[in-house]
Design a protein around this ligand. Structure first.
Ligand code: ADP
Ligand code: ADP
Length: 237
């Protein structure tokens, strides 16, 4: 569960990225955040796992304040939150397997990451994660040998291997063609249903949002201007 308690974010130059956002996202929801460029979608997502500090208010993750968390607490809370980015954020020269295993890096020392000393159990979990996105046969290819859509599915597998409870996806299909967009969104939807993993996805296009979301949050100039089920969302949100 994610709770925003009167959250505002003002950037150092005075721009208001979020204005008094107060809402709750329950486990298992598929939330799509829509809004024009500059509406605050990225600011909203980045606030959730504290990639930046908010200016006012508080955010709770599964009942714990990430806003007030100290070093080791912050680390622990973030373990539950998977991230998916527009440009995939994979280590391009590493294998797919290594990239998926990096989702478990919080559980391991850097030495393990460098020398590839992962317990068998982790490798099995990574392989199962790749199977869920239909990519097991790509495990030992280099990440940069894959197409854009395939790379995005690797980053989904990385969140699965992390055993994230919530996944934040910032414009995950913005650089993909319509066919690939459908594959990636279908994967997210299937994982949301099968594993009850909460999805919070920023999207440009309301038509894609309609097809997948259980709930739409519309932002405009940092304010929530719509929050409700897909059926009630008009094309303006
Ligand atoms: P979206 O993701 O919907 O395109 P953003 O959250 O990126 O919107 O931006 C919301 C507002 O905050 C915009 O006016 C943007 O210019 C501003 N903004 C975003 N990041 C920064 C930053 N690092 N410094 C100053 N202003 C920013
Ligand atoms: P996309 O339109 O999804 O970005 P690409 O044009 O990047 O697709 O890739 C199309 C196909 O070519 C993919 O199946 C991918 O596996 C393969 N491919 C792309 N780049 C390379 C590469 N550097 N080495 C080997 N195969 C590649």
């Amino acid at each position: 569960m994610i709770e925003f308690k009167n959250v505002s974010k003002v950037y150092p130059n005075g721009t208001r990225g979020l204005n008094n956002v107060d809402l709750r996202i329950d486990d298992g929801e598929f939330v799509v955040v829509v809004g024009l460029s500059g509406a605050g979608k990225s600011t909203f997502l980045r606030s959730i796992n504290r990639l930046h500090e908010v200016s006012e208010g508080e955010i709770l993750i599964n009942g714990e304040s990430i806003t007030k968390a100290g070093g080791s607490e912050l680390y622990r809370i973030r373990r539950d939150i998977g991230m998916i980015f527009q440009n995939f954020n994979l280590v391009r020269r590493s294998s797919v397997m290594r990239n998926v295993l990096s989702g478990r890096v919080g559980y391991h020392s850097t030495m393990r990451m460098i020398f590839g000393l992962f317990p068998k159990k982790d490798k099995e979990l990574a392989m199962q994660s790749l199977e869920r996105v239909n990519m097991p046969e790509k495990a030992y290819m280099r990440a940069d040998e894959l197409s854009g859509g395939q790379q995005q599915r690797v980053s989904i597998a990385r969140a699965l291997a992390q055993e994230a409870k919530q996944v934040l996806a910032d414009e995950p299909v913005a650089s993909l063609d319509p066919m690939t967009t459908k594959q990636v969104m279908d994967d997210l939807a299937r994982i949301n249903k099968e594993l009850n993993m909460t999805m919070i996805v920023n999207l440009h296009f309301i038509d894609v949002a309609r097809k997948y979301a259980t709930r739409i949050i519309g932002l405009k100039e940092g304010e929530v201007v719509f929050d409700g089920p897909v059926e009630e969302a008009t094309d303006e949100v």
